[in-house]
Design a binder for this molecule. Structure first.
Ligand SMILES: NC(=O)C1=CN([C@@H]2O[C@H](COP(=O)(O)OP(=O)(O)OC[C@H]3O[C@@H](n4cnc5c(N)ncnc54)[C@H](OP(=O)(O)O)[C@@H]3O)[C@@H](O)[C@H]2O)[C@@H](O)CC1
Ligand SMILES: [K+]
Length: 499
């Protein structure tokens, strides 16, 4: 599990810890970890050209001390000072190790363009709003340079708490964060700037409160997945009812049923128009089909993909929500709920909504798709609070919120998932896990993890269709299940899952 804390929580923990340690000890721990990561990116340190972008705060101090360590190992280190005053101790250490400083300008631009490694120490958790000059210009030079960029604590220009990016920002190949993750490293648009995220333990752990954000890794998901016991039968493994698809969109039914069957469930009962029933049976003879009937004996329902927003769909949704079964509400059914949420308000059984940004905006009047995408965490949490249920917000970073629990972000997301029908597959997958007995938050997170992994595995990184995705789900389940012995995933695992 990767955890992330707010700036406020990090500051408080830092103060507690610093009170017990000699002055500067934390910065030395941070700089040591940073130098190790920089050396790893360089491969050969001796003779390498390293440029540090140094702002006026402690983030710049980390970069300077790390630069001094690299300089002592034979790297040619240049620090570009953004502003008149930079960390005095770090500056002295760099100079003592043979490093030099430069003001922003043509010579600095040439150094950045020729660097084997650029270290971004412009701003860290002390950054506020969009980058000012000369920071913004230096960030643009670093982004355009051929050398790799290593961000200190977080890429400068991204909001540590939310992942918002207001204007210019560093796009890093890797980020070394100290003590704990920051939410902005795992939630887009910030996550897209962070590259592979490495954590350096500086001893903050015992001082930290509950995380602001959690990110499940493969082993965490493996621990959640149901394992059929010897005495299992199809009813004990769980029966999922699927009310998806319509004569206009039969494919949504076929994909949702496929997603459920490939994830693993005792039985899928598909309910829908007879024409769609035959399409489902043609593709999935193991499904049991019938005309729409929310009275079917099932353990959970998945409702909405491709179903339409007509009167019949509305009545069906209401009937399903009246049951005391877990229900996943997606796509057209979310649009219906946004128009009239009463059936949800009266419900106490577990409910999982799986909107994309546009659908979430419909659930939260006064906002729009773009705003939701800019501030995903805030909006998914608002929806979870207002509707009193678990909400999975699909998109570039899939995030999950449940009242009373830390928000969670999925690490396996990939732009490959932006394909028609991919959400229908996810509905089936999360529905299957709900029917198997997982709670909505866990079902949502495990399904999102497997969904992203399946997209990556399906065609070796080449574009995938929703049908490819369905067929790759068993490989994703197998890969994750192989981690079920509780051992931590390989160190670079999270890195591999990042873009
Ligand atoms: N916490 C921990 O446990 C540990 C923390 N450590 C490190 O400390 C870092 C935090 O350091 P910090 O508090 O000095 O703040 P920091 O990120 O350097 O930024 C402040 C500077 O940026 C400037 N500035 C702000 N916004 C700006 C903008 N938009 N555009 C341009 N400039 C802007 C601001 O200028 P001002 O606005 O004040 O004029 C000021 O000069 C943290 O991320 C980690 O790396 C480790 O060493 C050890 C353990
Ligand atoms: K930084």
């Amino acid at each position: 599990m990767r955890r992330a804390h707010t700036v406020e929580a990090v500051r408080a923990a830092e103060a507690e810890l610093m009170a017990r340690l000699p002055e500067g000890a934390l910065m030395q721990r941070a700089a040591a970890g940073l130098a190790v990561a920089g050396a790893r990116m360089l491969g050969r340190v001796y003779g390498a050209r390293v440029v540090l972008l140094v702002g006026g705060g402690d983030n710049g101090g980390d970069a300077l001390y790390a630069g001094a360590r690299l300089a002592r190992r034979g790297a040619a280190v240049r620090a570009v000072a953004a502003g008149a005053r930079i960390h005095p101790g770090g500056l002295a250490a760099l100079r003592a190790a043979g490093g030099r400083t430069l003001a922003p300008g043509e010579a600095a631009a040439a150094e950045i363009a020729a660097a084997d490694l650029i270290v971004d120490g412009l701003v860290g958790i002390g950054g506020r709003g969009g980058l000012r000059e000369p920071h913004a210009g230096l960030a643009a030079l670093a982004n355009a340079a051929p050398g790799p960029v290593l961000a200190v604590d977080l890429p400068s220009g991204i909001d540590a708490d939310t992942g918002e990016v207001a204007g210019a920002a560093i796009t890093a190949d890797a980020t070394v964060c100290f003590g704990t993750g920051k939410p902005g490293l795992f939630v887009d648009p910030g996550a897209g700037h962070a590259g592979a995220v490495h954590l350096v333990d500086i001893g903050l752990g015992p001082e930290l409160p509950a995380p602001r954000l959690e990110c499940l890794q493969g082993a965490d998901v493996a621990a959640l997945l149901p394992h059929p016991a010897r005495e299992s039968d199809k009813y004990r493994r769980g029966v999922l009812g699927i009310a998806a698809g319509s004569d206009a969109y039969p494919g949504a039914a076929v994909l949702a049923v496929g997603g459920a069957l490939r994830t693993g469930v005792g039985m899928v009962r598909y309910a829908g128009p007879s024409g769609v029933c035959s399409r489902v049976l043609d593709r999935w003879p193991e499904a049991v089909v019938s005309a729409s009937d929310p009275g079917l004996r099932v353990a959970a329902w998945a409702v909405g993909p491709g179903r339409g927003t007509g009167e019949q769909s509305r009545e069906e949704l209401e009937e399903v929500l009246e049951t005391d079964l877990p229900v996943l509400v997606d796509a057209d059914a979310i649009t219906l709920l946004a128009e009239d949420p009463r059936a949800l308000q009266e419900r106490s059984a577990p409910t999982l909504l799986t909107p994309h940004a546009g659908e979430l905006a419909r659930l939260l009047p006064g906002t729009d798709r773009g705003t939701v995408e800019e501030r995903r965490l805030e909006h998914v949490e608002r929806a979870a609070e207002e509707y009193g249920c678990t909400v999975l917000l699909k998109g570039s970073t899939t995030v999950v919120a449940q009242p009373g629990r830390p928000a969670a972000a999925n690490l396996t997301g990939t732009p490959l998932l932006a394909a028609a029908g991919s959400g229908d597959v996810l509905s089936g997958m999360a529905g299957a896990l709900l029917a198997s007995g997982l709670r909505p938050r866990e079902a949502a997170l495990a399904a999102a993890h497997l969904h992203g992994l399946a997209a990556r595995l399906a065609r070796g990184g080449a574009p995938v269709s929703a049908g490819d995705l369905v067929e790759a789900v068993p490989r994703a389940v197998a890969e994750v299940s192989a981690l079920a012995d509780g051992s931590a995933p390989p160190a670079d695992r999270a890195g591999r899952y990042r873009r």
